[in-house]
Design a protein around this ligand. Structure first.
Ligand SMILES: [Zn+2]
Ligand SMILES: [Zn+2]
Length: 294
């Protein structure tokens, strides 16, 4: 945690006046949880507490001033389903955060774009859809004896939803609802599992036909995903660490085949290029590092 933030939060928590006015409960989030919330989000129980605790909301808003909320949090905020929305609002207003405002307008622009999949679905419907599609695809591949995919049955190290759609000029990368595939047997809920840091939009072009995201976590090397709607391509670059043995591209449409690629060396990094990606939602899933398999 940044030194400045630690000071700020320390002062905040020591604020006797604040404690006297609001009261303190033992359920309040720890400093480290608050400081990491921008990148890792909160568990459902942490969210539930913070949503109703002025003290935690304010501390979260201070922490967001140090590190802006990540893609998943902003997407949930934009969709009106973030329990700690008040903290994000406070951060944006009080810090007059241009970066969050830009990210939010980009999110709403993409949300307003026509999508090929028809009527809008709730997040949990989307999660359930991706989970069943994911598990069926992995079961089918395992049954065919494809090597390197068995570990995915227990969950992916990382999973993101990518859409490249030339007809609508949309390239979109979403960390949720695909995150439900990281632990496909866990109870479904609005959770932001820890372990994956997600940054989106580094070079999102003005036309919206290109989008990129950076993923990093304990189970995988840093990976940059770039989606290009005009070329119907998804490129992944693995930087540092050992790349996963395989990368899967699973179209939501069950009639379309799953594509399996093995990362190949490209200079100092490894990369995977999916070309002729079908229009519509696809899931990219990466298996866990061998070391971390149980
Ligand atoms: Zn609290
Ligand atoms: Zn911000």
């Amino acid at each position: 945690m940044a030194y400045q933030l630690e000071n700020l939060l320390g002062e905040f928590f020591a604020g006797e006046e604040f404690a006297r006015v609001t009261g303190t409960t033992s359920h309040c989030l720890s400093l480290s949880v608050i400081a990491d919330a921008a990148a890792n989000g909160l568990t459902p129980s942490q969210s539930e507490h913070a949503a109703h605790c002025h003290r935690c909301l304010h501390a979260l808003a201070l922490a967001f001033g140090d590190e802006c909320p990540g893609g998943s949090l902003l997407a949930a905020y934009a969709a009106g389903r973030l329990p700690i929305a008040e903290a994000v609002r406070q951060h944006i207003d009080q810090d007059d955060c241009a970066s969050c405002r830009t990210a939010l307008s980009e999110i709403s622009r993409i949300a307003a774009a026509p999508t090929p999949e028809g009527p809008e679905q709730t997040l949990s419907e989307e999660c359930a859809r991706w989970r069943s599609r994911y598990l069926k695809a992995i079961h089918d591949l395992t049954a065919k004896g494809i090597s390197g995919v068995e570990s995915l049955l227990a969950g992916a190290a990382a999973a993101v939803e990518v859409t490249v759609d030339a007809a609508h000029g949309v390239a979109r990368i979403l960390s949720e609802p695909a995150e439900a595939c990281r632990d496909p047997l866990a109870p479904m809920g609005l959770a932001y599992p820890a372990g994956i840091a997600y940054r989106s939009g580094g070079d999102t072009s003005k036309t919206g036909t290109q989008s990129s995201a950076l993923l990093s976590g304990a189970d995988l090397p840093t990976v940059r995903i770039a989606a290009d709607a005009e070329r119907q391509q998804i490129k992944m670059q693995f930087m540092g660490g050992t790349p996963p043995p395989v990368v899967l591209l699973i179209p939501m449409d069950e009639a379309l085949p799953v594509t399996i690629r093995r990362p190949e060396p490209a200079g100092p990094i490894h990369q995977v290029l999916f070309s002729d990606v079908p229009a519509g939602e696809c899931l990219i899933a990466l298996p866990r590092d061998k070391k971390s398999e149980k």
